[in-house]
Design a protein around this ligand. Structure first.
Ligand code: C2E
Ligand code: CA
Ligand code: CA
Length: 948
């Protein structure tokens, strides 16, 4: 059994006051009305009586009730005794409420008229108990009515009280119970009245209740307490008031209230547990007291320990980010003042370390019936990461969108295939290339859509899965069924965990590039009019033929053929006819040399060359074989030509030179054949002449030159000139270093003359080194001056020089020694150099490129091998050879070459520079066709650095 102080300070105070008041009122009423209260067990056992009853009946109130009983009844006037007993008896028998008037004889002998009114109650065994009021009515009849009224009211008041109420006399006997008490005690009052409480409710013995009751009586002090009322096993709240007569006890069943309290406590505990268990921060605010409670996660999440948080709302709002504070405060107050039961907001909240977390705050308002918020409970979720992730995702999406749109702008077809081999990205380039729209392609299997040869495709995919990359040419099918060759680059895309996620494929249509290559080759190596090899090609073949001849010990012959009087034909019958003649001549020449190994070429104008290979190793025999062919040619030419209905006759002069491995230089050979041809012309045309060694005198001068060249370096006869390189706005962007030889007797000698010689003799190695050093020194000097600091210097590198194993090392050493910035050095390489041993060349270029050195491809267009190698090399620039620039305005063929080179440069992402630009017209043409850097006499001659 436990006792509890009243949990709520308001109710007891009020009720106490009310009870006190009733109590006092009861006494007051008795006194004022002069009405006494008593109870009698019929026929005449007096059980209890109030102070006033004592006074009226004129005896002293003693604890000894028995004595008083006798004394009391003894005071009834003997004449009225019968009436009194009869009334009681009648009440008992008929269960009516008695009303009787009788006289008493007071101890002092005075006779008083007493009016008694009562109520008869029965206990369980049917014994009656009379409870009634006594009133001295001696004073007059009028008082009778008053007594009745007041007594009625009193009883009514007690009966109608919602609290249970009983009174005990000082001997612990029940003297009164009201209806509610009957109900709560679950005993009829007739059964209780006059009974000793401890006997009736034995369970109470030793209980708090007994203890409290006895204390109240002994100390004459009111008390109130809560207890489990054992007999009923229910919670009761009891208020006990002592009086002279005993105790008045009010009690209420509070089982329900206790239950509610218990539930509330439980839910409160549950709330705290939840608050502890969740990683969210829970807060609980009582607006009236401004008490703000934070759950413990406030510590783990933000670093605040409970004792360092201010009381009340400032601990919250004071940590909201200044930019969010006003808004949050406003919205919170608006919500709390309104009639919402919820509020939420997102804002930044300061951690202990001063950083801010993004919080999502949800609050619930508990309101009293008037709508005033009395408690606010909130949950506080850190969504910093979520928001960051959202931001990251949005950024990634934006990036993806941007990339996708960039990818759409790319020329190349770009597609992404998932590991299920379904297409999941398909750019505009892919739409263009293959004809399938993104809608049609995405989700389809790439193999089904595009692939022709499955082996090729699966090989490529195996490669990419194994090595992450694959590059190669592959045949694909377009939507329209046509086949194309693409250069494909496959890259394996991995996810964050390194697992293969997709394959990115970039495909370039190389049919166009192949076509451009073919066209350049054709333009560059074939004469468009006659479709014969041109000068370039024949020179190249000559070079090969010389080399072959050296190996096979078989001789060759070069026939230089020039039509007689062609110029006059051109002038008289017009160029059209002239062209027709040249075409027919070409066919007849070809008919004369059916062997595969022989070459017919047009050098230009009316000059043709026939190169015969695999002739006899004996010079005389070889000469005879060559002469037979020459005679055949003259004979073939003699037949008339049909030129658009006109018959025409022409003859030719032929110069022949034989070659074998002893003759190393093709320029020399051409010169010999040319000389012989002039001899033939001089002899009266329509003739054949063989080269006479006597004609050689001029050529042999080179022997002397070679000797001089060896001394030139020692004698410091070399110097470098610089030729300006200009952009379309006329700004100088760089210079090409060009070697000059100041010969003591012959003055300046062209590098075109001595470079080949230097190559042959190996002198080029020292010479090249000197050029590199001198140019880099100049570069370093220019770097120190604002006007020239931006200039690049292009240095020509000869093949032999480049092929040295230590070439890279040399260049880097020179750069380091001179302090020149590698990024401003550009090496000019020729195509011939690049073709042989491509991997080695690429490795060297890449090594230098890594240090910043740039590369320009010199004399571009004059080499004739496939351009495929260009892709693989780290080139920066293509230099259109001056031979194309020279006739760019007059020769549509050269113009086409120049344009194609620019286009090729754009496809490969290379700059294009034109050399040999001599006229404004050439410059404008180039500019118009997309070439924006120029070099040539139009801008400047090559000049010494001091004049630059
Ligand atoms: P290249 O590399 O093609 O140099 C361009 C040549 O064209 C230079 O001849 C230059 O003077 C000349 N040139 C420049 N503008 C014009 C113009 O508007 N019209 C004409 N017709 N020609 C112009 P250069 O200086 O006689 O050099 C001839 C060749 O000698 C160079 O041809 C290059 O292959 C070689 N060469 C010159 N210097 C060096 C060098 O330091 N090392 C090596 N290995 N070769 C060099
Ligand atoms: Ca050059
Ligand atoms: Ca050149």
């Amino acid at each position: 059994m436990e006792t509890h102080p009243a949990p709520d300070a308001i109710q007891p105070a009020e009720i106490l006051a009310e009870r006190d008041f009733l109590e006092q009122q009861l006494h007051a009423v008795q006194r004022v009305a002069q009405v006494g209260v008593w109870s009698i067990r019929p026929p005449s056992t007096l059980i209890s009586w109030s102070d006033e009853a004592c006074r009226i009946l004129g005896f002293v109130h003693k604890n000894d009730g028995h004595a008083d009983e006798i004394a009391c009844l003894a005071t009834i006037h003997p004449d009225d005794r019968q009436t009194f007993d009869a009334a009681i008896e009648q009440a008992r028998l008929e269960s009516v409420s008695p009303q009787v008037e009788f006289r008493i004889v007071r101890p002092d002998g005075q006779v008083r008229h007493i009016h008694m009114q009562g109520q008869l109650l029965r206990d369980n065994s049917g014994n009656a108990l009379l409870y009634g009021t006594v009133k001295d009515v001696t004073e007059g009849e009028q008082s009778k009515a008053a007594v009745r009224e007041i007594s009625d009211r009193l009883v009514d008041a007690l009966e109608s009280m919602t609290d249970a109420f009983y009174t005990l006399d000082k001997d612990w006997r029940f003297t009164y119970t009201n209806k509610e008490a009957e109900r709560l005690l679950q005993r009829p009052r007739a059964e209780l009245l006059g009974k000793v409480i401890w006997n009736e409710f034995r369970d109470l013995t030793g209980s708090t209740l007994e203890h409290e009751f006895r204390r109240a009586l002994e100390q004459n002090r009111a008390t109130s307490f809560e207890t489990v009322y054992a007999p009923l096993n229910a919670w009761k709240e009891l208020r006990v008031f002592p009086s002279d007569e005993g105790l008045a006890v009010y009690f209420t069943d509070i089982t329900e209230r206790r239950l509610l309290q218990k539930m509330q406590r439980q839910s409160e505990e549950r709330f705290k547990v939840v608050a502890k268990a969740t990683s969210d921060i829970i807060w609980d605010w009582e607006p009236d007291r401004d008490q703000l409670w934070w759950s413990e996660s406030m510590h783990s999440a933000f670093g605040y320990s409970p004792n360092e948080l201010e009381d009340g709302l400032p601990s919250w709002i004071g940590r909201v980010h200044p930019d969010d504070m006003d808004r949050v405060r406003d919205s919170f107050w608006k919500a709390i003042k309104g009639d919402n039961d919820k509020w939420s907001d997102e804002y930044r909240f300061m951690r202990k370390d001063g950083s801010y977390a993004v919080m999502l705050d949800h609050a619930f308002f508990f309101r009293d019936p008037a709508g005033k918020a009395i408690r606010v409970i909130g949950s506080f979720v850190d969504i910093t990461e979520r928001r960051q992730a959202e931001r990251d995702r949005q950024q990634a999406e934006a990036r993806n969108r941007m990339q996708a749109s960039l990818l759409d702008k790319a020329q190349d077809a770009i597609s992404v295939t998932g590991m299920d081999s379904r297409i999941n990205f398909w750019n505009k380039g892919a739409e263009r290339l293959f004809g399938w729209t993104a809608d049609e392609a995405i989700g389809k299997s790439k193999a089904c859509l595009l692939i022709i040869t499955h082996d090729e495709f699966s090989q490529a995919y195996r490669e990419v899965l194994a090595h992450g990359e694959w590059t190669g040419d592959i045949r694909k099918r377009r939507k329209d069924g046509s086949i194309l060759i693409v250069e494909s680059r496959l890259t394996l895309v991995r996810d964050d965990d390194g697992m293969p996620q997709a394959v990115l494929e970039i495909e370039t249509d190389i049919s166009q590039r192949k076509e451009a290559e073919r066209r350049i080759e054709e333009l560059a190596f074939f004469d468009p009019l006659t479709r014969l090899p041109n000068r370039r090609l024949v020179l190249d073949r000559l070079q090969h033929a010389l080399a072959t001849s050296g190996r096979t010990r078989r001789a060759g012959a070069l026939l230089f053929i020039d039509l007689d009087n062609f110029k006059s034909l051109n002038d008289t019958v017009g160029h059209d006819k002239g062209d027709m003649l040249l075409q027919q001549v070409a066919r007849r020449l070809e008919a004369c040399v059916p062997r595969k190994s022989d070459t017919v070429a047009r050098l230009g104008g009316d000059e043709f060359v026939v190169m015969l290979e695999d002739l006899s190793g004996k010079p005389e025999d070889a000469a005879a074989q060559a002469e037979i062919i020459a005679e055949m040619i003259l004979a073939a030419f003699k037949r008339p030509y049909q030129l658009d209905g006109h018959e025409h006759h022409t003859t030719a002069s032929i110069g022949v030179t034989l070659f074998d491995n002893r003759i190393g230089n093709i320029d020399e050979m051409l010169k010999q054949a040319d000389l012989a041809m002039y001899q033939a012309k001089a002899s009266g045309r329509n003739a054949i002449r063989f080269f006479d060694p006597g004609m050689q005198t001029l050529v042999s001068a080179r022997v002397q030159l070679e000797a001089d060249l060896r001394l030139a370096l020692l004698r410091h006869e070399f110097l470098l000139h610089y030729q300006r390189q200009t952009d379309s706005s006329g700004n100088t962007v760089g210079a090409e270093a060009l070697l000059r030889w100041r010969h003591p007797e012959r003055g300046l000698i062209s590098p075109a003359l001595f470079i080949p010689l230097a190559e042959e003799t190996g002198l080029i190695l020292r010479l090249g080194q000197w050029v590199l050093e001198t140019a880099c020194t100049q570069l370093a000097r220019w770097a120190t001056m604002p006007a020239t600091a931006h200039l690049t210097v292009a240095v020509n590198v000869s093949p032999r020089q480049f092929r040295q194993p230590e070439f890279v090392e040399q260049v880097l050493t020179v750069l380091a020694d001179t302090g020149a910035n590698p990024a401003y050095l550009k090496l000019e390489l020729t195509e011939g150099l690049l073709v042989a041993n491509v991997e080695n060349v690429a490795a060297k270029m890449t090594a230098l490129k890594a240090k910043g050195v740039g590369f320009s491809l010199d004399d571009f267009g004059t080499g004739y091998s496939s351009l495929a190698y260009l892709k693989g090399l780290p080139l920066d620039q293509l230099k259109i050879d001056q031979s194309f620039v020279r006739y760019v305005l007059t020769d549509s063929n050269d113009a086409a070459i120049a344009r194609t080179i620019v286009a090729l440069g754009q496809t490969l992402g290379l700059d294009v520079i034109a050399e040999g630009v001599e006229t404004q017209g050439q410059r404008d043409f180039l500019e118009m066709n997309g070439c924006h850097v120029y070099q040539g006499f139009l801008f400047s001659q090559p000049v010494p650095a001091e004049h630059f």
